[in-house]
Design a protein around this ligand. Sequence first.
Ligand SMILES: [Zn+2]
Length: 46
Amino acid sequence: MVEYRCSNCQRIITIDDIGSKAKCPHCSNRVLIKLRPKIVKKVQAR
Ligand SMILES: [Zn+2]
């Protein structure tokens, strides 16, 4: 799932929330920051 974060209200928005419109449904801000997929890397601490 692709997630975005609104640069104005900092809310996490999924592509399902906005559909094809790149616009924040909460504050109508159009500057959305695309988040990386949630990949948890295991880093061994030495
Ligand atoms: Zn917003």
